[in-house]
Design a protein around this ligand. Structure first.
Ligand code: 5GP
Length: 221
């Protein structure tokens, strides 16, 4: 019997408030046999409603350090005081079975993945404007202190959007899901029919977003 065609590794990163959690969930629902979401390990404490093994594997620092030492993480990074990493075996197993593995991770991890697996697809998801990001964070009932911190982080992240392959602007969840599925189809089939979503064609949007985030930071902090 023929080996299945190896799946595509897709990294989705995005500003806090970009709606990436919702978009990723909808992609998974679209084709659960094809898409597979990697569950990360983290040393941060679970939030209310988070379930071990579904949202994250919540582990202690000792176990995390051991996984790093033993090379059991495909990538790993620290974010806002917590340590996060992608278990290597899980991703490998599903890729080999022909599934597209989605990693919802932050930027340093994303760039590590690209270094190790150059054919990984890097997608950055953004809200249409800085005002939308703040509105979404307020809608999640986050504190003003949390929002200010996450917006400051977004200023740093905006500087690296150009290193992603694709930029998806999250106007509506449906549109973002369809854009991301279009990217994954085109990457899997090696066609190039979503050039319109390539980051390099969105320089004006990116610099506009950088200015808005900077302005927000000066105003608010
Ligand atoms: P949160 O603590 O809000 O769930 O996640 C904080 C940040 O860590 C988010 O940007 C999320 O995408 C990122 N993250 C989650 N899992 C991983 C991982 O395994 N590796 C890396 N590098 N980042 C992760």
């Amino acid at each position: 019997m023929n080996e299945p065609k190896r799946g595509v590794v897709t990294v989705i990163s995005g500003f806090s408030g970009s709606g990436k959690g919702t978009v990723v969930k909808k992609i998974m629902e679209k084709d659960p046999d094809r898409f597979c979401l990697s569950v990360s390990v983290t040393t941060r404490k679970p939030r209310e409603h988070e379930v071990h093994g579904i949202d994250y594997f919540f582990i202690d620092q000792e176990e995390y350090d051991r996984m790093v030492r033993e090379g059991r993480l495909l990538e790993h990074a620290e974010y806002a005081g917590g340590c996060y990493g992608t278990p290597r075996d899980f991703a490998e197993e599903h890729l080999a079975a022909g599934r597209d593995v989605i990693l919802e991770i932050e930027q340093r991890g994303a760039f590590q993945v690209k270094e190790i697996l150059p054919d990984a697809v890097l997608i950055f998801l953004t809200a249409p404007s800085a005002d939308d990001l703040v509105a979404r964070l307020r809608g999640r009932k986050e504190t003003e202190e949390f929002i200010a911190k996450r917006m400051a982080k977004s200023v740093q992240e905006a500087a690296n959007i150009g290193r992603y392959d694709y930029l998806v602007i999250n106007d509506t969840v449906e549109k973002s899901v369809s854009d991301i599925c279009r990217i994954l189809d085109s990457e899997r089939l090696h066609t190039d029919d979503c050039r319109d979503l390539r980051t390099m064609y969105h320089e004006d949007f990116i610099s506009g977003m950088q200015e808005q985030l900077e302005a927000y930071r000066k105003e608010e902090l």
